[in-house]
Design a protein around this ligand. Structure first.
Ligand code: FCB
Length: 782
């Protein structure tokens, strides 16, 4: 057996983080942290706080040389600053002793996103004080534990903590401000510098930081790195690279911000928070840079694109979906990008020693009687290790590799549904079970390398043999043919899952006939029986059935149902998918589009992609409604907005704002959910805010009907005192007194356009999104 070896002394191990595994969030005086309240899930996690001896034993059994964990700041300083809590430090003291006794080298991260709530309440990372408190915390921890830790990492992935925590708000603490995100990023860098100084004074052996580095490229470059770019695309790539990568690399390793980033920071946040001397502090010499790599960022120039809130300053850049294999998280699997990025870092920052501090994958695991056969995870890690080895051969100075992660855990905003562990955790019983990937990794560690021949992926033949059926039968099941009996289908599907078999093109083409089935995937309507959804189901069904297709209705209401739907589509049990309405920023649309099966969406998705959709001109309709009110001489306009995470609501607000701006007026807004009572309540608030209010534009008819009621109760005549306009033209709109002026969205046209779009996609024709015009319907209310 020939071995592709790694350098002698190469460090193998795993990484974890405190909040994701420890649980025990109020044990022994731990204070609250920002993720406690933000996470919708039980914080018990893996109960590692109590079960750490078992977890260390697992690592020992697997032959791990290194373990990177993080310290919970709120255990050490329950109030973030001030009085330390010795009992919190005791836990890490026990853990370190246990690790050393097992022969495992500890690497400790001081900040893996779990800021003490008290510090968030005092201003959080946008406040400079947080960086100073961090340095005190670093000193206290190092004084107590420094004698046993090999390397201290100050921060984990500051880009994520700053821009998802304070920019897009999808991570704790959930703030949404570009200015705060940039300030947070700077203060995290400062915390790193001050922390590194504090660690050195407290006698730390080695100091480093961990960054998420994501190679940035266009879709065409994914398969051809050397590809020449247009000037616009090159600019888009450079801008995202500055935001994600160089914003942190350059200050830490060169003592300067990238010149092309400063104007972007200045536009959102000014530059006053970057004080004299900060950059020298940030650029403390470090011994090791930890790199977390999962997937590249794929972008291209697209002039009309608004900025993505996680990337303030990214106007005119589209984040693209690419047709590659993906993990269950929807992240494209591109192992070569790991070598690409290591070569780049080694070239541009030649002095720094590197370690891969996280790399791994979320895949759907199936627990069977004889184990968890997670072939996909093994292939993922193996392919990345091959890429790593080739970068090392080219001279990259990489000291070690840590898998993310030891245990299935609490994956931040995604909760327990994500499975990144080498070890499976049953969260009902806390039982740990090694997956095949754990045993495979143990062998890699033992031989310090990979076997030259790749482990064989299960083939069609393996499935056929285990299920005791013919290859053609397997192929028929994979292709969703109706001619297979339900029993046989169930057996084959079970074996497919057990083996982690991924059907390839050959299996699919054994039987070429199409399934002639279309999946119509419905999310649960946010509010009661949504008439648009009902109409679309009716029209799409009759039109596609007319074209000889069968329709399978699938309800996407839970994470589990999302998983099943993706599997169903991946197994090619349908020819196409109509998804409606993807109103929340979830990844179902993205995951479905990556299966390669044609998909169309109702409504513009929250995350821009190349998937075609049908929408109505929400902004244009709202502008027309607003202009109508202005033309009636109204000058005191209020708008009732629905939930702002609905893309349609965002667009309606944008149209309203634009029309007001043209008239030189300021918007007056009230937020509501989607119900009539909340429309009424919002109207009362608007009347309170501006007693001269003479017009209301509501984002939906339901809200407008609530407004009519509130106007009546407040003794205002409609339209004389208060003109009211709605949006959607639902049936009830013509039956109100007075009749409601509203914006009509073409329900049937949307449905027909959706069906047509899908049919063209099925025929392989080029398709683009469709935006249908809306029309103002004037009745008596305005
Ligand atoms: C990284 C985080 C880690 C985990 C993995 C999947 O960004 O550092 O905690 O969430 O992603």
């Amino acid at each position: 057996m020939s071995i592709a070896s790694f350098p002698e002394g190469f460090v193998w191990g795993v990484s974890t983080s405190a909040f994701q595994i420890e649980g025990a969030t109020s044990a022994d005086g731990r204070g609250p942290a920002i993720w406690d309240a933000f996470s919708a899930d039980r914080a018990e996690a893996c109960d590692h706080y109590h079960r750490y001896p078992e977890d260390v034993q697992l690592m020992k059994d697997l032959g791990m040389a290194a373990y990177r964990f993080s310290v919970s700041w709120a255990r050490v300083f329950p109030e973030g600053a001030g009085k330390a809590n010795p009992a919190g430090l005791d836990f890490y003291d026990r853990l370190l002793d246990e690790l050393l006794a097992a022969g495992i080298t500890p690497y400790a991260t001081l900040y893996h996103w779990d800021l003490p709530q008290a510090l968030e309440d005092a201003g959080g990372w946008p406040s400079r004080d947080t960086a100073r408190h961090f340095a005190d915390y670093a000193a206290a921890v190092c004084e107590r534990l420094g004698d046993r830790v090999d390397t201290w990492f100050t921060l984990n992935e500051p880009w994520v903590a700053a821009f998802l925590g304070y920019g897009s708000g999808i991570h704790a603490p959930g703030r949404k401000s570009a200015a705060e995100a940039f300030k947070s990023a700077h203060h995290m860098l400062l915390a790193h510098g001050l922390g590194a100084q504090a660690l050195r004074s407290a006698g730390a052996a080695k100091v480093g930081a961990v960054l998420n580095i994501s190679p940035v490229m266009t879709p065409a470059q994914v398969s051809d790195f050397g590809r020449e770019l247009s000037e616009e695309d090159a600019e888009a790539v450079a801008r995202i690279d500055a935001l994600v990568n160089r914003q942190f690399l350059d200050p830490m390793l060169r003592g300067e911000y990238p010149a092309d980033l400063l104007p972007i920071i200045e536009r959102s946040a000014g530059l006053n928070h970057i004080q004299e001397g900060d950059l020298e502090t940030i650029a403390q010499p470090i011994d090791l840079l930890g790199i977390n790599y999962y997937t590249p960022s794929v972008v291209q120039a697209q002039p009309s694109e608004p900025a993505d809130p996680a990337f303030p300053g990214s106007e005119g850049i589209l984040f693209c979906t690419i047709p590659t294999a993906v993990t269950a998280m929807g992240w494209p699997i591109v192992p070569n990008c790991l070598s690409l990025l290591l070569r780049r870092i080694s070239r541009e920052y030649p002095d720094i020693e590197l370690m891969i501090t996280e790399n791994g994958a979320d895949f759907v695991d199936v627990v069977t009687g004889d184990g968890i056969h997670d072939m996909e995870r093994i292939s993922f890690i193996e392919e990345h290790l091959r890429a790593l080895r080739s970068a090392i051969a080219d001279g990259a100075r990489v000291r070690g590799y840590l898998v993310w992660t030891l245990l299935d855990n609490l994956e931040w905003a995604d909760g327990y549904q994500r499975k990144f562990g080498l070890v499976h955790v049953d969260f009902g019983t806390q039982r740990r079970r090694m997956k095949d990937s754990a045993l495979w990794y143990r062998d890699v560690i033992r031989r310090n390398g990979l076997v030259e021949t790749r482990p064989k992926r299960p083939t069609l033949e393996t499935v056929a043999a285990r299920a005791r059926v013919s290859r053609a039968t397997v192929s028929r099941v994979v292709n969703g043919e109706a001619s297979v009996s339900p029993d046989v289908r169930a057996t084959v599907m079970r074996v497919v899952q057990e083996l982690g078999y991924v059907p390839n093109a050959a299996a699919r083409s054994l039987v070429t006939r199409r399934t002639n089935t279309i999946a119509l995937v419905l999310s649960v309507p946010r509010h009661g029986g949504d008439p648009l959804t009902a109409a679309v189901v009716q029209y799409v069904t009759s039109m596609l059935e007319g074209a000889g297709k069968q329709i399978t209705l699938m309800l996407a209401d839970t994470a589990e149902s999302h998983r099943r739907i993706v599997q169903h589509v991946e197994a090619r049990l349908v020819d196409g998918v109509v998804l409606l309405p993807p109103d929340r920023a979830d990844t179902l649309a993205e995951r479905l589009s990556r299966t390669g099966v044609p998909i169309v969406l109702l409504g513009k998705p929250a995350i821009a992609s190349l998937v075609p959709y049908v929408d109505v001109d929400n902004a244009g309709g709202a502008a027309a409604a607003t202009e109508h009110l202005l033309a009636l001489g109204r000058r005191h306009l209020g708008m009732i907005c629905g939930p702002m995470d609905l893309v349609a609501v965002q667009d309606r607000l944008a149209g309203h704002r634009a029309a007001l701006q043209r008239a030189g007026l300021q918007p007056l807004l009230a937020l509501a959910d989607l119900t009539r009572p909340s429309g009424a309540a919002a109207t009362r608030r608007l009347l309170g805010d501006d007693p001269a209010l003479d017009a209301v534009f509501a984002a939906t008819d339901q809200l407008a009907i609530g407004a009519l009621r509130a106007a009546r109760e407040a003794g205002r005549r409609v339209p004389e005192d208060l003109a009211i306009v709605g949006f959607d033209d639902i049936d009830a709109a013509s039956a109100t007194t007075p009749g409601l002026t509203t914006v009509r969205v073409p329900v049937a046209d949307q449905a027909l356009a959706l069906a047509r779009l899908l049919l063209s996609r099925l025929e392989g024709r080029h398709t683009t999104s469709v935006v249908l015009p809306t029309r103002l319907v004037v009745r008596d209310s305005a």
